[in-house]
Design a protein around this ligand. Structure first.
Ligand SMILES: Nc1nc2c(ncn2[C@@H]2O[C@H](COP(=O)(O)OP(=O)(O)OP(=O)(O)O)[C@@H](O)[C@H]2O)c(=O)[nH]1
Ligand SMILES: [Mg+2]
Length: 391
């Protein structure tokens, strides 16, 4: 292991061979379709052990966790180990997945369990950037089952989960911009920009980001964060729309900027602002009154980080902004989404809707999942109770 101050971009997130940069990443799926699509895209270069697929979709959490997923999990662990062997240091795993599919829920959970139990990586942080079903419009029963069954692992094995939902991201783009159509690649670019800003604290500034998520976490289970992102601006509006620092932070606090929407108003427990701009930001690392006005619970002050790098154009129609930011909030209002999820699950399960697709599941899994979900919801709800008592 090298010391912190010896950290370089080389052999850390990228493996550099003959001046070429190869991302140290594994793309894995239980079927081959998406993997082949990524491989066909020649804009990025990948090394051996970056791709792995099985032969069929998992469809359900149970198949992803117990059957289809298990056929490839040992190989996945082996590929991860092979890549880690080429690195100077390993700080954390960044895991992206959509929780409502069978692979994204069941296989992802099993792989993360395996990292701890058979991989020997239990001490390495695992930060998830996860697409949840939208709390407002989700009506796909299998997706609800998959999500609920994955929750115990999301609570128990991950150190942080940054939540997104496709409907909120779609609305976010649609409300701000008059674009003709939005597809997954737009949404994925948005998620990628946020992940890259987070890892960029380390990559571009060589600053320690190990406490970034733990600072947001008042107790181990309460590690679910909502990102608010800004600003998107069409190329023609670029000059007019660039914001000054305070206006910019105010803008990020607007509810419409959230990439995961809950039905309640925000109830901030803690928050962290991540700015991305090339020039040094005078607020970086220091308290700013504007962000402090978020009224975090218990008067907790917000952290400010900066990724010193230029931004990407999130969509081809958009200007490359001088400054973007992501406000990560640990927001007790997700209790309402957790409650809605549990209600939808119970309604479908009590009617035995689509239970057939879950052959091989264990009733114990369902009991644990419902219980964990309810407990998480109650722990978040307690933040509302504390407030009322104080009043
Ligand atoms: N943002 C985003 N969402 C996606 C993408 N692909 C799929 N989704 C969403 O994730 C959900 C699950 O996707 P699937 O492709 O069925 O999931 P999977 O993890 O491959 O699981 P199975 O195919 O069921 O084994 C879909 O309903 C979509 O809403 C993507 O590229 N970006
Ligand atoms: Mg699939």
């Amino acid at each position: 292991m090298k010391k912190n101050n010896e950290t370089t971009e080389k052999n850390y997130i990228y493996d550099e061979v003959n001046g070429n940069h190869y991302p140290l990443a594994l793309f894995v799926d239980t079927d081959d379709r998406m993997i082949h699509e990524v491989q066909r895209n020649k804009s990025g270069k990948f090394k051996k052990h970056s791709f792995l697929h099985g032969k069929e979709d998992a469809l359900t959490y149970t198949r992803g966790f117990y059957t289809v997923g298990r056929r490839i999990v040992d190989q996945a662990l082996e590929y991860i180990r092979k890549q880690i062997e080429t690195m100077d240091r390993l700080d954390e795993f960044v895991i992206t997945s959509s929780i409502s599919g069978g692979t994204g829920s069941g296989f992802c959970c099993w792989l993360v369990d395996e990292l701890d139990w058979n991989g020997g990586y239990s001490k390495v942080r695992k930060n998830g950037f996860i697409i949840f079903p939208s709390s407002k419009v989700a009506n796909n029963v299998l997706g609800i089952y998959n999500t609920v069954l994955a929750m115990p692992n999301m609570i128990g094995y991950f150190d942080s989960i940054t939540m997104f939902d496709n409907q909120s991201m779609y609305n976010f783009i649609d409300h701000q911009l008059d674009v003709d159509f939005v597809d997954y690649s737009f949404l994925n670019n948005l998620v990628a920009q946020i992940i890259s800003s987070y890892t960029g604290i380390r990559r571009f500034n060589q600053e320690d980001n190990s406490a970034f998520f733990s600072n947001l976490c008042p107790s181990p289970k309460l590690h679910f964060y909502i990102p608010s992102y800004g600003k998107l601006t069409l190329i023609n509006d670029y000059v007019r729309k660039e914001l000054e620092q305070r206006e910019f932070i105010q803008f990020l606090k607007k509810i419409d900027q959230k990439l995961y929407q809950c039905s309640n108003n925000p109830h901030y427990i803690c928050s962290t602002l991540l700015l991305r701009k090339r020039q040094f930001n005078p607020f970086s690392g220091r308290l700013d009154q504007t962000i402090n006005n978020l009224n975090n619970q218990f008067g907790q002050t917000s952290q400010i980080y900066q990724c010193k790098s230029s931004n990407y154009q999130v969509l081809p129609e958009l200007a490359e902004m001088k400054q973007t930011g992501t406000l990560f909030s640990n927001d007790a209002s997700i209790a309402s989404s957790l409650k809605a999820l549990e209600k939808r699950f119970s309604y479908a399960y009590d009617q035995h809707a689509f239970i057939g697709g879950f052959e091989g599941w264990k009733s114990r899994d369902i009991y644990i999942a419902r219980d964990d979900l309810k407990q998480l919801q109650h722990e978040y709800e307690e933040f509302f109770t504390v407030d009322n008592q104080e009043i």
